[in-house]
Design a protein around this ligand. Structure first.
Ligand code: AHR
Length: 505
């Protein structure tokens, strides 16, 4: 007998959390595995354009409507010499790449990536190397990228065929500098000082930029909290954001527990906000630091395979997670965790975009397709722009190995006032049956249901592959109905739901 659970939600038009910064729907491309080579770039591919970028991949990227893409790493950036990736391609060095133990050919570098970003209608969130390098490389690099001309590095860019400056406006001050695996890892004090001095010279060249300081590489790091407090204490006046990174995996095959992992993400965000505000209070500052959740996703499927990869190969298939339906559900919940704190989380990058723990997969020389996790991201990016409403939720709950009182319903709603559209996102975490959902609407007279999209499958482990690219796809087959100011629906067992309403349409 299938066990039906129940949940109710109240949405009041004037009870709001915040406007959504569109950069919440950012992504990430690192020089890692087949993300660049065989992913976005493959000159011999039948769909490649004149610069070698895959057209099939670019079309899928455009479907996601991504406003920013973080580049070039990740761990890669901490050993990267930006000079290796500019100028004539035949003169670029092949390097041993120590973060992932591969050979980097440098065929793609800053200018090519900027050009690709334009083609897919996105902005670059650029990262500098604070592992093996520092203040000097930082000032030269930003001069190369953002200065109009008339100086050594800006003229060098022009001589490379890029007359107009790239004007990258958002910069990461290194990557995961607290992690012992990071090339040139540092203590919080060492990193904070270096980040501060790098920020000063970068703003000296271009005062209009925004800067992200490295927070901890995860909530479980032994230095978590102390790291953020020390780094922000040192850099407060020069930075705008602090970064957060998290990945979850269903390693013990405990799906109920896995689907509850977004509660950990909520707690992580809550804690980092508290630390930012502690430093603000200590400094008696009026400035508020915002959060850049610039790496988040499910990552565990490929761990075993990655241990077997031969070192020093070019673009090997690293971190190639094949995602299941249940992964897509957690990705949906993680997106809702970001929206729930849209008042402070202004930037987020799903890690990553193509092939490497990614919503888009390719075969080198072959097809490109959408993984299961493509869909919740796409729905949130398309329909989750506007104002996040503050819901009041009552739901049946369960306990799992690591979490207590986990609501079967995870939900949030976004109002797009310009378009008179309301979208309710919801995950049913019930693995035994449906969830009877009633959503009381207040202040939404004249709104009608446009569609109720569901993403689900009988098999929680169902995936999309090159042979079966449409095994797990969203369908507009949900049964949501509007009855006297209430949305009523039965959300299918283990499902992602998008209930779209609009006024007068
Ligand atoms: O996204 C994969 C890796 O995860 C990134 O390179 C690193 O920053 C993180 O540890």
């Amino acid at each position: 007998m299938k066990e039906i659970r129940k949940a109710e939600m109240i949405l009041e038009k004037d009870y709001r959390i915040s406007e959504v910064d569109p950069r919440l729907y950012g992504s990430f491309v690192e020089h890692l595995g087949r993300a660049v080579y065989g992913g976005i770039y493959e000159p011999d591919h039948p769909t490649a354009d004149e610069e070698g970028f895959r057209g099939d991949v670019a079309s899928l990227v455009k479907e996601l409507q991504i406003p920013i893409v973080r580049y070039p790493g990740g761990n890669f950036v901490s050993g990267y010499n930006w000079e290796d990736g500019v100028g004539p391609k035949h003169e670029r060095p092949r390097r041993t790449e120590l973060a992932w133990r591969t050979i980097e050919t440098n065929e793609v570098g800053t200018n090519e990536f900027a050009s690709w970003a334009k083609k897919v209608n996105t902005e670059v969130m650029m990262a500098i190397n604070l592992g093996t390098r520092g203040v000097d490389a930082a000032r030269n690099f930003i001069e190369y990228c953002n200065h109009p001309g008339g100086s050594y590095y800006s003229d060098l860019r022009i001589s490379h065929g890029y007359k107009e400056p790239h004007n990258f406006k958002l910069w990461c001050l290194g990557n995961e500098m607290d992690g012992p695996w990071q090339i040139g890892a540092k203590t919080a004090y060492e990193y904070g000082r270096l980040a501060l001095e790098s920020a000063k010279v970068m703003r000296g060249i271009d005062p209009s930029i925004e800067l992200v300081a490295c927070g901890s590489s995860g909530r479980g790091m032994p230095t978590f909290a102390e790291w953020e407090a020390t780094v922000l204490d040192l850099t407060y006046d020069e930075v705008d954001y602090v970064s957060l990174h998290t990945y979850y995996g269903n390693r013990d095959q405990d799906t109920a527990n896995f689907l509850a992992s977004s509660l950990d993400m909520d707690q992580f965000i809550h804690s980092v906000i508290a630390i930012c505000d502690y430093v603000k209070a200590k400094k008696k500052s009026n400035k508020e630091i915002h959060l850049s959740f610039d790496e988040w996703n499910v990552w565990f499927h490929s761990n075993e395979a990655d241990r077997k990869i031969e070192p020093w190969s070019i673009a090997p298939p690293q971190l190639e997670d094949i995602y299941t339906l249940e992964d897509a559900l957690l990705v949906g919940s993680m997106l809702m965790s970001l929206l729930r704190r849209a008042d402070r989380v202004k930037i987020a990058c799903q890690a990553q975009l193509v092939n490497v723990i990614a919503p888009i997969m390719t075969e080198t020389g072959g097809a490109a397709w959408r993984q299961t996790i493509f869909y919740p991201f796409m729905h949130a990016s398309l329909f989750g722009r506007g104002t996040v409403l503050q819901p009041v939720i009552t739901s049946d709950r369960y306990d799992s190995k690591d979490f207590t009182d986990v609501p079967y319903l995870d939900s949030i709603a976004v109002l797009n006032e310009a378009e008179d559209e309301l979208t309710v996102f919801a995950v049913n975490r019930n693995l035994e049956g449906g969830l009877d959902f009633a959503c009381h609407l207040r202040g939404f007279e004249g709104f009608q249901i446009v569609e109720h999209i569901t993403l689900t499958h009988d098999d929680l482990k169902a995936t999309n592959t090159a042979m079966q690219p449409e095994n797990v796809v969203p369908k507009a087959n949900g049964n949501a109905q509007l009855e006297v100011g209430q949305i009523r629906a039965r959300l299918p067992r283990a499902s992602w739901n998008v209930i779209r309403l609009a006024k007068g349409k």
